[in-house]
Design a protein around this ligand. Sequence first.
Ligand code: MYA
Ligand code: JJ1
Length: 388
Amino acid sequence: KHKFWETQPVGQFKEVGDSSLPEGPIEPPTPLSEVKQEPYNLPSAYEWTTCDMDSEETCLEVYNLLKNNYVEDDENMFRFNYSKEFLRWALRPPSYFRSWHIGVRAKSSKKLVAFITGVPARIRVRDEVVRMAEINFLCVHKKLRSKRLAPVMIKEVTRRVHLENIWQAAYTAGVVLPTPITTCQYWHRSLNPKKLIDVGFSRLGARMTMSRTIKLYKLPDSPVTPGFRKMELRDVPAVTRLLRNYLSQFVVAPDFDEDDVEHWLLPSENVVDSYLVESPETHEITDFCSFYTLPSSILGNQTYSTLKAAYSYYNVSTKTPLLQLMNDALIVAKQKDYDVFNALDVMQNESFLKELKFGPGDGQLHYYLYNYRIRRELKPSELGLVLL
Ligand code: MYA
Ligand code: JJ1
């Protein structure tokens, strides 16, 4: 059934439920001298390229490939439209490797036709911190699908990750592969219900009119929590402490240091937004919330071309109830003109989704580890990791 994935060091379907298998690496690292030195062979009309995301020209080529060929919903009504600034941010975290930004070009025209990336991360699994690659943005041009290009790209990124002496990876996909560590559900909170209904993202509920729907999703004009403000550079140490402590409760979560927090959570316009609560009395940082910006192209609508979506990222509450904190996140997202606020049922998100009028989407997200076995499937609430 999975001719490629059956050959890879990942949990196999036939092993599900076998609690005799040990948790941890599936195969040991090999000496670096035994890692293949040359790239894998591509069909002869294509060649490898390393994509320099510092280059405006290359970044635009990647942007256009993804804009036209990346992930769509099951009815092909929407397609992710990551911005160039977002791609630069996602692909250049602390200590990133340029060699992990891998493209495939047509030899004759030099057109970019496929892409896959890795970025380094430290991911904690129970009490082990494991150096991993986070693999993302796997994309093959629509005209080159089903030619088994994806397995070659996955093997090539694996080879380049191995060359850096890293032997594990984390990734997510909308499709089921051998074998998810957990499966999460997307939830959606309408901010601009009229537009969402007009473009077919959502439907008018039974016995609902447009004006009742608009009223249902109304939000205050500004956040209600005293001391709620945008995160700044000076907050990095406090936010790092707050987040590290919070993430320690999950089975799988990133091991963020201050450099990571500065990169991944310091606000960056139209890329990532972070807010915190500073106690008006003690000036302590007690709570934190964040979301990233990922618009989708609306395919074939006369009136609208893009859906502006915010995606819940990392949130921590110690004093302000999580419900109130996330309501303030919805309020600022609405003020910034987002059409919808999306969240997965990871971490403690279940505790606010229904009350804050999120509804379940038709999409799921499966999480995977490469060359690392987990004893049993996790619940989404045991997962402390959000990939972009
Ligand atoms: S998930 C986002 C993936 N991208 C999209 O969905 C965009 C739209 N789709 C496409 O561009 C193509 O359909 C893709 C497949 C490129 C997805 N992850 O070439 P093929 C397997 C892993 O004939 P195509 C993201 O970016 C499929 O089961 N494998 O197919 C994370 C089959 O294998 P098998 C996938 O449709 C990516 C084989 O590929 C996926 O032309 C993590 C068919 O190949 C998928 N999303 O191209 C990658 N979809 O026969 C793994 C299909 O065995 C990283 N397949 O069933 C692993 C860790 C590597 C680093 C390790 C370091 C130590
Ligand atoms: O966005 C998604 N679904 C939407 C749109 C559905 C359009 C028809 N298929 C959805 N809308 C309902 C919202 C409604 C609002 C009011 C309350 C009730 C709900 O369900 C889905 C997620 O649900 N998105 C996708 O399918 C995109 C792909 C998701 C998998 C991504 C995998 C990739 C990434 C790897 O890095």
